[in-house]
Design a protein around this ligand. Structure first.
Ligand code: G1P
Length: 270
């Protein structure tokens, strides 16, 4: 079973300024619900029991789940059913969340490394909260694929050729079946010329615990950040199996202002 998930939440959110000058971007509402709650619901529905949040010094995300006395005071005065239900939901999330700090935004790889002491099993799930996938639980499907094939899995989607430098890009080896293929290599944000395909890494990963040993010795890559893609590349080179999974469901980009606006509209139609 895969029971643990990690969620990097320490990014600066510059693409969502000015909102992120005061707000944690993952708390911004999408159709009346904080973005992070969609991600947590996906985890719960996929059977995840513990989630490690990697947060920066900004206290807002932690506060969102730790307002017990505030809720209790209001509920005591006003027996509003909606507020009682919201509080119950927050308590349910809080029970499963652990926090770890990444005080400098040194990249996704560095964020993953911070969770080392929490990870117990051979494989764990990572979700990048900028990437919402609706209409189908991508994490659940990937957990099944990982358990069946006893290997790591990453979500994949075709992107436009002139957009490859925004993503991690795969080169493929053997096709497993219609929606799954083995990955030969992965390159973080290649140029159009050097991109081996238009298959992009989307923010859902089933990673092996041994990735920590690769991350420990990793030098900064593109843009001076430590990338998870570079650690994955090392594992693949050593013979580890990674499956690229073309997910069902609809991808929503919540990390940019135009994407965030569009995503809210899409979610309101569900
Ligand atoms: C990260 C990863 C990249 C991946 C993308 C998916 O990039 O480094 O490989 O394709 O997430 O959203 P970022 O969005 O942090 O620039």
């Amino acid at each position: 079973m895969i029971r643990q998930a990690i969620i990097p939440l320490a990014g600066l959110g510059t693409r969502l300024l000015p909102l992120t000058s005061v707000f944690a971007k993952e708390l911004l509402p999408m159709n009346g619900k904080a973005g992070i709650e969609y991600i947590l619901d996906e985890c719960i529905d996929a059977g995840i029991k513990e989630v490690v949040f990697i947060i920066s010094k900004k206290k807002m995300i932690k506060d969102y789940f730790y307002k017990d006395s505030f809720y209790k005071r209001i509920i005591k005065k006003k027996k509003d059913k909606r507020i009682i239900n919201e509080y119950r939901k927050i308590l349910k999330y809080k029970k499963m969340i652990k926090f770890v700090y990444q005080n400098k935004p040194l990249g996704t790889g560095d964020a993953v490394l911070k969770t080392k002491k929490f990870i117990k099993d051979k494989y764990f799930l990572m979700l990048l909260p900028d990437d919402l996938i609706v209409k189908n639980n991508c994490s659940k499907d990937m957990i099944n694929i990982s358990m069946k094939n006893k290997c790591s899995v990453m979500a994949s989607m075709k992107v436009k050729k002139n957009n490859v430098s925004r993503w991690g890009i795969y080169s493929l080896s053997k096709r497993l079946n219609r929606n799954n293929f083995f990955i030969k290599d992965v390159i973080e944000k290649p140029t159009i010329k050097s991109a081996p395909s238009t298959n992009a890494v989307i923010g859902r990963y089933i990673l092996p615990k041994k990735i920590f040993s690769k991350l420990k010795n990793l030098k900064p890559g593109k843009g001076g950040e430590i990338h998870i893609t570079d650690a994955i590349k090392k594992l693949i080179n050593e013979g580890d199996k990674f499956i690229g999974h073309k997910f069902r469901g609809k991808y929503l980009d919540c990390g940019s202002m135009s994407g965030y606006i569009k995503s809210g509209i899409e979610i309101s139609k569900l």
